[in-house]
Design a protein around this ligand. Structure first.
Ligand SMILES: Cc1cc2nc3c(=O)[nH]c(=O)nc-3n(C[C@H](O)[C@H](O)[C@H](O)COP(=O)(O)OP(=O)(O)OC[C@H]3O[C@@H](n4cnc5c(N)ncnc54)[C@H](O)[C@@H]3O)c2cc1C
Length: 474
């Protein structure tokens, strides 16, 4: 451990961000890495605890104290080696992860946590700029062939690991570009798409084949893939959005969040969009339903498009500002968080239920809402009951409504129905401990298996499924 009292000497310093005024004028990333000297000081804040709770808080078990110390000692290349030993894509998690590790950092018991996520990003970006990230094709090939369906972070991590084991890997993707939600969901201001293409180019040079524009289950049957490949891994994500089937839902101007977000990513990439199908918030009063990550991305995107107002309604109660007593450190803190998109200007309201939409000439004009409350937890079932508050009905004007209400697992038609795959009680693909589904030789990982989750969990699942496949093939 480099500087024993570093945590007493240095204060937490995060990345610099463009001001709200600057960053809402464009769709690009807006955070700036700190100079090396500052990053070394931040690394010195790590206490190299006897039990590194940060490491167990991280789903992929990143060996965080090691790389904090190596950065402090200016040994960036060695820090990179430690980082890549557990994480295939630190350039994605370093930008997108909610940093579960920082919630479990021992310093976070009574001080701001070590800036683990920022140090991770700095290591990988230095590695790219120094030319340390080079294609490393496997030295031998097993002759076994694996098909991966879906190129989100789980499919990419699985492909990367299986290729390292020497198997021939082909990734099938229905969209125009690989990346899954990283490419066509998460806004460019959170993840520059060049970061994905830079990684895909390396994976291609290492021997992985990407076949885009192929919807498996429609363009080619998964049974045919099963005949041609020794194993198939389903990494198709949790693509079934939760709808709001209330009167007026069919009006124009009400869209699922991903229809809106993926279109903006396509526009940014310069792809042709049918002008009649363009969804744009410019000059509109926008209401985003749903208070999670997806809702937050809709807010940031609407503001950049030039919305006149953005309101965000959430059905549940606001989380507490501080950890509740039944949610102690080192657990993930269930507290109210303000994303950079929230900072950019939106009104957030909790405990709001939308009962119907109304409109004029087929276009949405109003939401009809009511305030709700939840009963205390039932001592036996642990459930809370939702009640509408009489007399609290209200209306809100809106020209664009974005539904960011979460996802109900994978789409059940196509792949899943063709294979008659067994599903778990939440409607996700059921697997054994080796990530193999009810059909021998067919595996599943990521949101398709776990349900809507996080990039870091998708990477973890992709890595674990690759181990299962490798065991199966050997
Ligand atoms: C708007 C939004 C913002 C998010 N922001 C964050 C964030 O900031 N941080 C974070 O950690 N997580 C975030 N998440 C969650 C994260 O993106 C997902 O958990 C993660 O991408 C899941 O990875 P995956 O590989 O399982 O699936 P996905 O990324 O969903 O990829 C699945 C891929 O499979 C393809 N596919 C599906 N079916 C077929 C088929 N039949 N044939 C061929 N291809 C197919 C799809 O086209 C898609 O490309 C966000 C999610 C959303 C929706």
């Amino acid at each position: 451990m480099g500087e024993v009292k570093g945590f007493l000497k240095y204060k937490r310093k995060g990345f610099e961000k463009e001001t709200v005024e600057q960053r809402t004028k464009h769709f690009n990333e807006f955070v700036k890495l700190l100079p090396d000297e500052n990053l070394r000081e931040q690394g010195a804040r790590c206490m190299d605890c006897g039990i590194p709770f940060c490491q167990s808080g991280c789903p992929i078990g990143n060996v965080i104290p090691d790389w904090n110390d190596l950065v402090y000692n200016d040994k960036w290349y060695f820090a990179l080696e430690r980082l890549l030993s557990t994480n295939n894509f630190p350039e994605f998690t370093g930008r997108l992860c909610p940093a579960l590790c920082e919630n479990s950092c021992v310093l976070a018991i009574n001080q701001p946590a070590v800036t683990i996520k920022n140090i991770e990003l700095a290591i990988i970006e230095k590695a790219y700029s120094e030319g340390w990230i080079k294609p490393k094709a496997p030295k031998f090939r097993t002759g076994r062939k694996v098909a991966i369906i879906g190129s989100g972070p789980s499919g990419l991590a699985c492909a990367d690991q299986l290729n390292k084991y020497g198997h021939f890997v082909t990734v099938f993707e229905k969209n125009e570009k690989p990346g899954g939600l990283l490419a066509l969901g998460i806004p460019d201001f959170k993840l520059d798409k060049k970061v994905i293409s830079r990684r895909i180019a390396i994976m291609e040079e290492e021997g992985i084949i990407f076949k885009t524009g192929i919807n498996v289950g429609y363009d080619i049957s998964v049974k045919e893939l099963k005949r041609k490949f020794d194993a198939v891994v389903l990494c198709g994500g949790a693509e079934q959005p939760r709808d709001l089937p209330v009167p007026g839902r069919g009006l124009d101007g009400i869209y699922f969040a991903l229809q809106f977000l993926s279109q903006q990513n396509r526009v940014n990439a310069g792809w042709d969009i049918d002008p009649l199908k363009l969804i744009n918030a410019k000059g509109k009063r926008v209401v985003v339903l749903g208070g999670g990550d997806t809702g937050s991305d809709c807010i940031g995107t609407s503001i950049r498009q030039g919305a006149v107002s953005v309101q965000n309604f959430e059905l549940l109660s606001p989380p507490p500002k501080e950890r509740a007593s039944d949610n102690p450190w080192p657990q993930w803190a269930f507290i109210q968080r303000t994303s950079t998109s929230h900072e950019e200007g939106c009104e957030r309201e909790y405990l709001v239920l939308t009962k119907k939409f109304s409109g004029e000439q087929g276009k949405v004009k109003k939401l009809h809402c009511v305030k709700v409350e939840f009963t205390p937890k039932d001592s036996i079932t642990g459930r809370r009951e939702m009640r509408e508050i009489p007399g609290s009905e209200f209306e809100v004007k809106a020209d664009l409504v974005l539904l960011a209400l979460g996802f109900l697992g994978p789409v059940k038609t196509g792949l899943i129905s063709d294979l008659k795959l067994e599903l778990d009680e939440r409607g996700n693909v059921k697997t054994d401990a080796n990530f193999m589904s009810s059909v021998p030789g067919i595996f599943s990982a990521g949101d398709m298996h776990r349900g809507q989750s996080l990039v870091v969990w998708a990477i973890k699942e992709g890595r674990n499924a690759a181990e299962g496949v490798n065991r199966f093939l050997s």
